[in-house]
Design a protein around this ligand. Structure first.
Ligand SMILES: [Zn+2]
Ligand SMILES: [Zn+2]
Length: 428
């Protein structure tokens, strides 16, 4: 892993040398940048986090992929995702239709969450990319490009179309037992969209786009050898931290800069405790209730898993069990462990703890799968008086757990793990 990046020796960069240095966003180790061949990526030589990468022909490729993704996404929202027939009665649901159905049932918060993660965020991300890339291609400079490009990085973790697809797959299996299900046009379009979005992300070189926006690392206005440097959370740029100045903004993207995320431990604890409390109703209260001519049935998350298992779809049962029950629980435990070890200044296995943090941040979003399953079932199974599905209060609590643990993981600063290691090295 060390082969692509040479670790930098000086802890305080020499004046004017910032452009050639970068600090790892996970462990804060200062490293000297190495030029990369197209397609290569550079990783931190201490914790293995990706520092930067160099895709080929970034502007043209990213622009082409985001245009294709935008077309796929727009068309996918016009057509139904799934259709359902029960005894001659037919219903179908578009993504927006499913959100409106939740809203109609009085589940405004859940409707908002689904709308935000599956429609608003992907649309804003794509429109933002086009707003930044298209003028760059045409050598134009509309206002606010830097702010838009920064917003894209902030929004990205909240776009969840791939989790929605898994939710649709689970609903398909659940519904196949009670009715005839037809996959709609937009199911295939969303499938294609996921691949094109992955290609967009892989071809985007943020460093080059920042440079093309005319925001290459600026020459520091002031040499301040004693004060060290600050890394921008949003764009990753390194700048000098002038001593005695409380608030400083990133010269490239305008974000407020901090040595460490402010009040990271306290904020993370409060979000975590709120999530722990809500984890109980999320698992005890019903996430949905089904009423049909045969009778009514309420489902918790666990009974949904058991239903999948008993009906023979055990791979999906395991998947939903892992995503909905294990992931939130492991996430709560992992964040507790990270917070306690950081607060006690532990030097225990910093590399493994950083990896644990990285994993926690990556898998958390997949817990949303049950929220999307309920959304699809509510929208489709509305063939009264034969059958109807209603979302239950457990779904709101569950959605809140997912959001709270995601925000908790985002507010935790992994560099705190390495601070105590560093202090110990210095005090020896
Ligand atoms: Zn690192
Ligand atoms: Zn910045």
């Amino acid at each position: 892993m060390c082969s692509s990046v040479v670790p930098a020796a000086p802890a305080v960069p020499a004046f004017g040398d910032l452009e050639n240095l970068c600090a790892c966003h996970e462990c804060d180790l200062l490293q000297r940048k190495v030029p990369l061949a197209p397609g290569q990526s550079a990783r931190c030589c201490r914790c293995g986090a990706q520092l930067y990468h160099a895709p080929k022909d970034t502007l043209n490729r990213t622009l082409a992929f985001s245009l294709a993704a935008f077309i796929l996404f727009s068309v996918a929202n016009l057509f139904p995702i799934l259709g359902l027939s029960i005894q001659g009665k037919h219903t179908e649901a578009t993504l927006l239709g499913a959100v409106l159905e939740l809203q109609k049932q009085g589940m405004g918060m859940m409707a908002g969450l689904v709308l935000f993660t599956t429609i608003v965020v992907p649309a804003m991300e794509l429109l933002g990319l086009l707003y930044v890339l298209l003028p760059l291609k045409l050598n134009k400079k509309p206002p606010g490009q830097a702010a838009v490009f920064r917003l894209i990085q902030v929004l990205r973790p909240w776009g969840m179309i791939e989790v929605l697809m898994l939710g649709i797959l689970v609903s398909l299996v659940k519904l196949a037992h009670m009715a005839t299900v037809q996959p709609g046009w937009s199911l295939w379009l969303f499938g294609g969209f996921i691949f094109v979005m992955a290609a967009t992300a892989a071809s985007l070189d943020s460093e080059e786009i920042w440079a093309r926006l005319g925001r290459r690392c600026p020459v520091a206005t002031q040499q301040n050898s004693g004060a060290g440097y600050l890394t921008c959370h949003a764009c990753g740029m390194l700048s000098y931290a002038p001593a005695g100045k409380h608030e400083q903004h990133c010269p490239r993207c305008g974000s407020v800069l901090h040595v460490r995320k402010p009040n990271s431990v306290g904020r993370c604890w409060s979000l975590l405790i709120a999530a722990m409390i809500l984890y109980v109703p999320a698992n005890v209260l019903p996430v949905m209730s089904t009423s049909s001519i045969v009778g009514a049935q309420v489902d918790t998350i666990m009974s949904g898993v058991i239903y999948l298992w008993v009906s023979g779809s055990w791979p999906l049962a395991l998947l939903v069990f892992f995503a909905s029950v294990m992931v939130p629980l492991l996430k709560l435990m992992a964040l507790t462990l990270l917070l306690v070890t950081v607060q006690t200044g532990s030097r225990w296995r910093p590399l493994d703890r950083t990896r644990l943090y990285r994993l926690t941040e990556k898998v958390g979003r997949w817990s949303m799968v049950d929220i999307f399953v309920v959304t699809m079932l509510v929208a489709l199974v509305d063939v009264r008086p034969l059958a109807a599905v209603q979302a239950g209060p457990g779904a709101i609590a569950f959605g809140a757990v997912v959001v709270l643990t995601m925000v908790a993981a985002m507010s935790f600063d992994p560099r705190l793990i390495w601070d105590s290691v560093q202090e110990n090295v210095h005090s020896r």
